[in-house]
Design a protein around this ligand. Structure first.
Ligand code: ZN
Length: 228
């Protein structure tokens, strides 16, 4: 069962065995950002914390982020993520979001920023009131999964550069894995690491990940798991 931790008056994080998801409340409604890996009761956990209507926004559709989605009839997600979502058994109606959309919880606007690369329809959510960026799996100090069907390292690098363009609008990043929060200074480091991998100048070692041979590139600030 995921552990509930209050971050501030109207923000919580749920720690779900190596992955986390978030609840944000505004004046009129609340938003769950993802629903974890082993948390089919994510909605109920959120309902214990707020009486407001709760919407669901998914940063992306990898299996460790959608375990509680079944309790929602509809969810906000990039339409570019639908293929990944349905392949992972995702149900419900997708309300499509695109770059620049603002979902207002009531005095708490959440700006959607396209953030593809880790998956085709990854998005980041900018919580303008608190100056916090929730960037799915692309900004974190754990091992970032960049192997397999839906990943694209070039697109990932471009997305991180775009996120850097919002510099100054956030001073903390809530990561879904690893340390939370992390600082915006992590983003240029991740760009540098990913560019080294792309140039072939990073040193990796072969590791087994769920039966796949993949390359782990470990930097002091984070790791990348890439196609062998
Ligand atoms: Zn993840």
């Amino acid at each position: 069962m995921a552990e509930t931790i209050r971050i501030n008056e109207d923000t919580w994080r749920f720690e779900d065995n190596g992955v986390r998801f978030f609840l944000l409340t505004g004046k009129d409604r609340a938003a769950l950002i993802d629903t974890g890996m082993n948390a089919p009761d994510a909605r109920r956990m959120a309902e214990e914390l707020t009486d407001l209507p709760i919407i669901l926004i998914n940063t992306h559709a990898d299996r460790d982020h959608i375990s509680g989605n079944g309790a929602f009839e509809e969810l906000y997600m990039s339409p570019k993520e639908e293929d990944n979502y349905r392949n992972n058994g995702g149900k419900g109606t997708i309300i499509p979001v695109k770059d620049g959309d603002v979902i207002d919880l009531g005095d708490r606007p959440l700006r959607i920023i396209d953030n593809p690369g880790h998956t085709p329809g990854s998005i980041a959510v900018l919580d303008e009131r608190y100056g916090v960026l929730i960037a799915g799996d692309s900004v974190q100090d754990g091992n970032i999964f960049m192997f397999g069907k839906y990943r694209n390292l070039d697109t990932y690098i471009d997305s991180l550069k775009r996120l850097s363009g919002y510099d100054g609008q956030y001073d903390e990043i809530y990561a879904m894995h690893g340390t939370v929060p992390v600082k915006p200074e992590l983003i240029p480091k991740l760009i540098e690491g990913a560019e080294q991998i792309r140039r072939g100048s990073a040193e990796g070692k072969k590791v087994d990940m769920f039966g796949n041979d993949v390359m782990l590139y470990k930097f002091p600030y984070a790791g990348f798991l890439c196609e062998d």
